[in-house]
Design a protein around this ligand. Structure first.
Ligand SMILES: C[S@@+](CC[C@H](N)C(=O)[O-])C[C@H]1O[C@@H](n2cnc3c(N)ncnc32)[C@H](O)[C@@H]1O
Length: 391
């Protein structure tokens, strides 16, 4: 059995994009699994295939292979090798061990929280391989525990069951993770993503280091879309106060626990819609020294792009108006449909409309353990800018 692609599907694979849509497939096996992918001139690669998914083909090996499964496991080994030093040298680390397509492991995300692994394998062909995956991870990493957290609604689109089950060891309710001087608690079977937003880890550390390097002593901070308060905790030692804002009561409860854990007594917590709250603060003429904006992906689909850009502009414009001269705005977008150039154009537009002179202090992206494939724009999704309001 093999998958036969249309000429457009062939062009896509030749251009080294691993995903082929159902509409670009001529022949598809009836059962999910691992199959060769072919055009008229022969095998182009090997893929995880799911006839029930709109993305029917996810290539993990370009070109032919005698033993495709061995090629898949080699991709896993090479992903783990890349993180091995960081994993071994820091027992408390929060680390992404595999980043799906970017590591040539379709839909497979594995995050390590203090060596408790949380696995999300959102491609049907992983299901029969999960036992072996658990064994291989254990052999390579000697993890404290491994949990398959397969509770995302996204799985239904793939025709996959939703469940949470251990793959190795006993997973505790939570792990304590270290991020620089900050300690935080990650709920291992709950919370957003696999429990934390590891893609922003290096940006959170960078913001703390930047404030230390500029000798920031005192002032007011605002962490909007705070989740469990990890940006706020990096800012806390450098400022008089930091206000956290999130619409999720559960996220703020976790943030309160993290504040207690770090003895950060200068944090306050507000459960609110960020759009409303920023508008109120602007009306009240409030002023801050550091504002963080880390919203969820406003553009889930390509067609949402314009609306998303308008929403990003609104929050950034308001945040810029709230900053004193010399103040900092750390601002991000995790929508891959909003490209980097558009993000920076939007920021420039917001600065112009707010009549603020703004210097770009740093232009960054996702943490180093979230690699990117040049030919797969979906893998470079996080934009992060540190802006300084001059006047
Ligand atoms: C990308 S996460 C923030 C991650 C966090 N900065 C970190 O580094 O861990 C986005 C957060 O925005 C919150 N959120 C979503 N829509 C919101 C809204 N309209 N107002 C306030 N918070 C919102 C979500 O609950 C989530 O915690």
């Amino acid at each position: 059995m093999k998958v036969v692609l249309t000429p457009r599907g062939v062009r896509r694979v030749l251009a080294r994009h691993p995903w082929v849509w159902q509409s670009d497939v001529l022949e598809l096996p009836e059962e999910p699994g691992i199959y060769p992918v072919a055009g008229r001139r022969g095998v182009l690669g090997w893929a995880m295939v799911n006839p029930r998914s709109l993305i029917s083909v996810r290539v993990f090996h370009f070109g032919d292979a005698d033993d495709p499964l061995a090629a898949l496991w080699r991709n896993l080994d090479s992903a783990l090798d890349f993180r091995r030093v960081a994993y071994r040298s820091n027992e408390q680390a929060g680390l992404r061990l595999t980043f799906a397509e970017a590591d040539l492991l379709p839909g497979l995300v594995i995050d390590s929280y203090a060596r408790h692994l949380v696995v999300q394998a959102h491609a049907a062909a992983w299901e029969p391989l999960l036992g072996e995956l658990g064994e291989r991870l254990q052999a390579a990493l000697a993890a404290n525990s491994i949990l398959a957290r397969h509770d995302s609604p996204l799985r239904e689109k793939e025709g996959l069951e939703r469940y949470v089950r251990p793959l190795a060891g006993a997973t505790p309710a939570a792990a304590l993770v270290g991020e620089g001087r900050v300690r935080y608690r990650v709920e291992l079977g709950a919370g957003q993503k696999t429990g934390a937003f590891l893609d922003q880890r290096d940006n959170r550390l960078f913001l703390g280091e930047f404030l230390a390097a500029r000798g920031q002593r005192g002032g007011r901070g605002l962490d909007v879309f705070s989740y469990q308060g990890l940006f706020a905790l990096q800012m806390s030692p450098h400022l008089d106060s930091v206000e956290l804002v999130d619409s999720s009561a559960a996220a703020l409860a976790a943030a309160r626990e993290n504040a207690a854990l770090n003895r950060a007594e200068n944090l306050t917590f507000t459960e609110a819609n960020a759009f409303d709250l920023l508008r109120q603060k602007e009306r009240a003429g409030e002023q801050y020294d550091v504002v963080v904006l880390d919203p969820p992906a406003f553009a889930a689909r390509k067609s949402d792009r314009q609306r998303a850009l308008a929403a990003y502009k609104e929050v950034n414009l308001r945040a810029l108006k709230l900053l004193r001269p010399g103040g900092l705005l750390a601002t991000a977008s995790c929508s891959h449909h909003v490209h980097e150039a558009e993000f920076y154009e939007m920021l420039a537009g917001a600065a112009a409309d707010a009549h603020r002179l703004v210097r770009l202090r740093a232009r960054r992206g996702q943490a180093w353990d979230h690699p990117m494939l040049l030919t797969v724009p979906e893998t470079h999704y996080l934009k992060f800018a540190l802006l300084e309001v001059l006047s």
